[in-house]
Design a protein around this ligand. Structure first.
Ligand code: ATP
Ligand code: MG
Length: 422
């Protein structure tokens, strides 16, 4: 089955916004094993939109369009689709009622333009919008289908996940000989080439599943992709390859798919019933930000203190002035004292600390930009780690935060009896 994407909006052509909708949809469609050969962007112009729809329907089975479903004058997608499918527009009563109650709830005047959003091409199946007012729809004529979704990314995603992907997945299963399934293995504490070297023979031998490394700013992903007649068969092909990669990379594989390191670490803290306090210098609160992105982090996260100046390190964390004078703010001794200090000051089970030189200035031959020390203190010991990170200032901050979370991950793993026994 061929699906193509059509992004509607003059603002996209003016470069005022980036077409993240198409990028998101293209990624998801490839995961569903759907071939996407074309992606078109067209402005809010009735003639050109209709022409683009005709061209797309001429070469693909399904056109997935986003944008132009709203209440304003320039929102013309429904009308253009109706014209191309040679049907009229009809009011969808359920949607009209939703819009009326929305207007009542918000205390806004029920404008005709709002109700216009309830107009869909005759014969279309309405895709409900759980987070906004404009619905999407699916309409087929002969073997060709047009699917429309609103342009607002949050609405588009919610509706795509709830309605469009399941619809397309069903059609793929019915029609096609195979599906493509991917599993993303997430790796920390190891560069792309290092990870690749550990599994180079697997990568060389690969045909199905395939293994592809992907380098991000602060982590590496390995994507294992299998093609099989159905999802279950593909997953069965991926499982042994995943097991082999995990075996070779050991604890470096901290999670899979959309499990972030902060979420994995959060689960481990939660399971162990431990609390965490963080002392951040060069990461400027980034670790606290990432940890608090995880819902439920209040169960285990006590605080993140951004102790940037030496004075704060002493006053809030109790780092001895002597330590700072003798070893400097960027040193293993200071990282250890920060970790111990934040743990004691806030009464947490674990104290985690980062101090380093993010650059671009401030480096010396002995202490270059990218030199970072991590500290981790618990009830029995304090460990430190020296890192030499590369990159510009934001990259060093991100990488330092990642490595700090990875140090915490390893410490928590080591506490688990079953993991120790292998
Ligand atoms: P609304 O009900 O908000 O009017 P709509 O379906 O009419 O939704 P548009 O008016 O085309 O959608 O776009 C609404 C907003 O959604 C745009 O201002 C833009 O911020 C965002 N948007 C639209 N298309 C895209 C896209 N392809 N990628 C990313 N963002 C987009
Ligand atoms: Mg609009």
């Amino acid at each position: 089955m061929r699906v193509e994407l059509l992004s509607v909006g003059t603002e996209l052509l003016l470069g005022q916004i980036v077409d993240t909708n198409a990028a998101y949809l293209a990624g998801k469609l490839s995961e569903l094993g759907i071939s996407v050969y074309h992606k078109t962007t067209v402005g809010d112009n009735a003639e050109r939109l209709a022409a683009a729809l005709r061209i797309s329907l001429g070469r693909s089975d399904v056109v997935l369009a986003t944008g132009g479903l709203g209440p304003t004058e320039d929102d013309i997608t429904a009308a253009a689709v109706a014209e191309v499918m040679e049907v009229g527009l009809v009011k969808d009563e359920a949607t009209a009622e939703r819009i009326r109650s929305f207007a009542r709830f918000r205390g806004v005047k029920l404008l005709d333009s709002l109700l216009k959003q309830a107009l869909v091409p005759r014969g279309a199946q309405v895709i409900p919008n759980p987070v906004g007012t404009a619905p999407g729809f699916i309409i087929s004529r002969e073997s060709k289908t047009v699917i429309t979704l609103p342009g607002v990314p949050t609405e588009m995603r919610a509706m795509a996940e709830q309605s469009v992907f399941p619809y397309l997945a069903d059609r793929v299963e019915e029609g096609a000989a195979s599906v493509i399934v991917s599993r993303l293995l997430r790796i920390a504490g190891m560069g792309e080439s290092q990870a690749e070297a550990e599994i180079s023979d697997l990568i060389r031998q690969q045909t199905n599943p395939t293994i592809a490394p992907l380098a991000k700013t602060h982590e590496v992903f390995l994507r294992v992709t299998a093609r099989a007649p159905n999802r279950a068969a593909a997953e069965q092909m991926i499982a042994p390859v995943e097991a082999e990669i995990r075996e070779r990379l050991g604890g470096h594989v901290y999670g899979a798919d959309d499990e972030s390191l902060e979420a994995v670490v959060g689960d481990m803290l939660s399971d162990a019933g431990l609390t965490l306090a963080v002392a951040e210098s060069c990461t400027g609160g980034l670790i606290g930000h990432r940890i608090t992105n995880v819902p439920g982090s209040s169960d285990y996260f006590v605080a993140s203190v951004t102790a940037y100046s030496n004075d704060t390190k002493t006053r809030l964390l109790g780092v001895a002035e002597d330590t700072l004078r003798q070893y400097g703010a960027v040193s293993a001794a200071t990282a250890a004292a920060m970790a111990e200090g934040v743990r004691t000051a806030l009464g947490a089970d674990i104290g985690l600390a980062v101090t380093g030189i993010a650059g671009p200035g401030g480096g010396t031959p002995e202490k270059p930009v990218g030199l970072v020390y991590l500290g981790l203190a618990d009830d029995s010991e304090t460990t430190t780690e020296e890192l030499r990170l590369r990159g510009d200032r934001p990259m060093i901050k991100e990488r330092a935060a990642q490595m700090a979370l990875y140090l915490l991950y390893r410490a928590l793993r080591a506490r688990r009896p079953q993991e120790v026994l292998g």
